[in-house]
Design a protein around this ligand. Sequence first.
Ligand code: AMP
Ligand code: ZN
Length: 161
Amino acid sequence: IPSATITKDDPGPRDAEPGVNSTLERVLPVGTALVASGHPLHPDVTKPCPFCLRIASGDVESRNSLAVAFRDQYPVSPGHTLVVPSRHVTSLFDVDEEELKEVWSLIGEAKLRVAAERQVDGWNIGTNIGDAGGQTVHHAHVHLIPRYRGDVEDPEVVYAA
Ligand code: AMP
Ligand code: ZN
């Protein structure tokens, strides 16, 4: 577990969540570090959010005022990146317009970084919402997935400009 240090340019919490203290008792000791760092924990969690932990520890590839980007821990393709609002909200439907702009901006930057690293032939951008939608981390995030020709068999092109 990374130590929780907030870097100078960390935007910090925008909306302090109520119930932080009662949450703290349930998620000790990690919660102590997070709350001490000023990072909000979702009041309903029984274990700390892995993305909030990562944000609090500063272990991210890039950040702007409302979002961060980091590589997926279990990439489905080389360069698979997650772009995440810094505020803990459950899904992309809970992200406000200002945050969406910042998320989209980091997606663009991450795309340039990954494309500079390797020959990327295509991309998928997606988000899973809810257990039934395949969401396993309930902190909103967008997947940026580089695709490589031949990584799946014979994709059918229906229309090409
Ligand atoms: P989803 O299934 O859409 O909720 O995606 C969650 C993603 O988060 C998966 O692709 C995981 O590999 C990734 N993941 C889980 N924990 C971490 C972590 N601590 N750091 C980076 N990526 C993670
Ligand atoms: Zn979170």
